[in-house]
Write a protein that binds this ligand. Structure first.
Ligand SMILES: Cc1cc2nc3c(=O)[nH]c(=O)nc-3n(C[C@H](O)[C@H](O)[C@H](O)COP(=O)(O)OP(=O)(O)OC[C@H]3O[C@@H](n4cnc5c(N)ncnc54)[C@H](O)[C@@H]3O)c2cc1C
Length: 423
C-alpha cells in the first residue's frame, strides 16, 4: 500500500499522489538523492529511467498528467489513415515497475528557492535536482485569432491525440476537389521536417482517395530541412498536387479567423476546406513558471549538465531547451535525457561531468515505402550544442530501393525508441 498522501509527507518527499504507480519500498527508502522529472515524454521518461538504472538508490519521481503517452513521431501516418492511434500509445507501467514513482498529475508551481514542485492536486514534492522536459506550448500572442477554441476548427495536431484524430476526420469529411492548407511557423519549432512529411502524407491520402484535391503550404520560412529531398519526392509522387508559398512570397501566416476558417498571410487571405494551423511555439508553460525560460520563450542551459542558466538545480531537456544546433526531435530528447541523467549522477557524487556527445536521427516518410533521413552528432561548444562530424543525410539522387529501405528503418527506429523509453 502507498503511504497516505498528506501535504506534510509529500513535502518530505516520502509520498506522492494517490494516483502514483510507485513501488512502496522505494517510497520508504532513505533517499540518496531526490530527483523529480516533470514530463513523461521522450526526454523525461528516458531521463527518469536512465537515472534509476544508473543508481537504484536515487528516489526518482516522474510527474506527468496523462496515464498514456501519445507519440508525435508517426502521428502523420495516423492523420493520413495509414496507421491507428493505438500504435502511438504507451503507458508508464514498466517505469513504475523499475521503481520510478509515477505521479499522474500536472506540475503546477515550482519554488526553486525551497526546491518544491506542487502538482495540480496540491501535493508538494521536494527535490535535490529537478528536470523539466515539458515539450512545447504554443506562443499564441504571435498568432492573433488562434487559441484553444480555434484549434477545434483549425487543428494544429502538433501534440498527438485528439488533435491528430480531428485533423484525420476533417480530411475524411472533405469533398474531392477541396484544398487542405498547412500553416507552418518559423524555427525554432518542434521537429522541423515534420510539417513537410505531413504535407506529403496528406497528399498521398488525397491522391488515393480524393485525387482532384490539393495541399497548400503557407510557410514562414524560405528554406527548410531536407528541402531538395522533399521537393524531388513531391514532383515524382504527387505532380503539382502540393503548392508551397514561401516566406518571401508572402507565405507567413499573420492571423486567423476560426469563425470563417480564414488564414491571413502577408500576401492575401485563404479559406481552405481543411486548415491545419501549426502556431509558433515556445517551451512548455511550466518552464516559464519555473523561471527557466528567457525572452525567446525557450530555456537556456549549460550544455554539459543541462542545468538551467536561470534557475539553479533545475535542468531542462528536450524540445523546451535552447539546444543550438540540435533539432527538436524525439531522438535528440532521448539522447539529452540519458546525458542529463549521467551528468546528475556525477554531480550528486561530486564528480565533474564530462561533455556529452548527443546523437539524433530524423526519418521522414513521404509515402508508404518511401523515406529518407538526417542523422547528426552534437557536442557542447561554448553555451550551445554544435553539430560535429559523423552526421549524414540521404542522397537526393537514389534508387527507390534505398527509399524503401529507409522507410523500413524508420519503422524500426520507432519500435526501438519507444521500447527503450517506455517498454
Ligand atoms: C507531427 C510530428 C512528427 C514528429 N516526428 C518525429 C520523428 O519522426 N522523429 C523524431 O525524432 N521526432 C519527431 N517529432 C518530434 C518529437 O515529438 C518531439 O521532439 C519530442 O516529443 C520531444 O520530447 P520532449 O520530452 O521534449 O517532449 P514530449 O515528448 O512532448 O513530452 C512532454 C511531456 O511533458 C508533459 N507535460 C507538459 N507540461 C507538464 C506539466 N506542467 N507537468 C507534468 N507534465 C507536463 C506532457 O504531457 C508530455 O507528456 C515529431 C513531432 C511532430 C509534431
Amino acid at each position: 500500500m502507498n503511504a497516505p498522501v498528506t501535504r506534510r509527507n509529500a513535502v518530505l518527499g516520502i509520498a506522492v499522489a494517490a494516483t502514483s504507480l510507485a513501488a512502496p519500498s522505494i517510497l520508504r527508502a532513505q533517499p540518496a538523492g531526490r530527483i523529480v522529472v516533470v514530463g513523461g515524454g521522450f526526454g523525461g521518461a528516458a531521463c527518469a529511467r536512465a537515472l534509476k538504472r544508473a543508481d537504484p538508490k536515487l528516489v526518482v519521481t516522474l510527474i506527468e498528467p496523462n496515464e498514456t503517452f501519445i507519440s508525435c513521431p508517426f502521428s502523420n501516418e495516423v492523420i493520413a489513415g495509414l496507421r491507428e492511434i493505438e500504435a502511438q500509445q504507451f503507458g508508464y507501467g514498466r517505469l513504475a515497475a523499475e521503481g520510478i514513482a509515477v505521479v499522474v498529475q500536472a506540475a503546477k508551481m515550482i519554488d526553486p528557492h525551497k526546491r518544491i514542485v506542487t502538482t495540480s492536486d496540491g501535493a508538494a514534492l521536494t527535490y535535490d535536482r529537478l528536470i523539466l522536459s515539458p515539450g512545447i506550448d504554443f506562443h499564441l500572442d504571435a498568432l492573433p485569432g488562434y487559441d484553444d477554441a480555434a484549434s477545434k476548427t483549425m487543428p494544429h495536431a502538433w501534440k498527438a491525440g485528439a488533435q491528430t484524430l480531428l485533423l484525420r476526420r476533417q480530411l475524411e469529411a472533405m469533398a474531392d476537389g477541396g484544398t487542405v492548407a498547412i500553416a507552418i511557423p518559423a524555427n525554432p519549432s518542434r521537429c522541423p521536417p515534420a510539417p513537410y512529411e505531413r504535407a506529403s502524407l496528406i497528399a498521398h491520402y488525397l491522391k488515393t482517395k480524393k485525387p482532384r484535391s490539393k495541399v497548400l503550404i503557407l510557410d514562414a520560412k524560405d528554406s527548410f530541412s531536407q528541402q531538395r529531398l522533399f521537393e524531388k519526392a513531391w514532383k515524382e509522387l504527387y505532380g503539382d498536387m502540393i503548392e508551397r508559398v514561401a516566406l518571401s512570397q508572402g507565405g507567413r501566416v499573420t492571423s486567423v479567423d476560426p469563425a470563417t476558417r480564414t488564414i491571413v498571410t502577408e500576401f492575401g487571405n485563404y479559406t481552405p476546406d481543411v486548415a491545419n494551423v501549426i502556431p509558433p511555439q515556445r517551451a512548455g508553460r511550466i518552464a516559464g513558471i519555473a523561471g527557466a525560460a528567457d525572452a525567446t520563450g525557450w530555456c537556456p542551459i549549460d550544455p554539459v549538465t543541462f542545468e538551467s542558466k536561470l534557475v539553479p538545480n533545475v535542468h531542462v531537456i528536450g524540445d523546451a531547451c535552447l539546444g543550438g544546433g540540435v533539432p527538436k526531435s524525439a531522438s535528440a530528447a532521448s539522447s539529452q535525457g540519458k546525458a542529463c541523467a549521467n551528468a546528475i549522477v556525477g554531480l550528486l557524487a561530486g564528480r565533474k561531468p564530462e561533455a556529452p556527445r548527443l546523437t539524433g536521427v530524423c526519418y521522414s516518410t513521404v509515402a508508404p515505402g518511401y523515406g529518407f533521413s538526417l542523422a547528426g552528432n552534437y557536442q557542447p561548444r561554448g553555451d550551445i550544442f554544435a553539430e560535429v562530424e559523423g552526421g549524414a543525410t540521404s542522397p537526393v539522387e537514389a534508387p527507390r530501393e534505398l527509399r524503401a529501405r529507409e522507410s523500413a528503418e524508420a519503422e524500426r527506429w520507432f519500435q526501438t525508441i519507444t521500447a527503450e523509453t517506455f517498454g
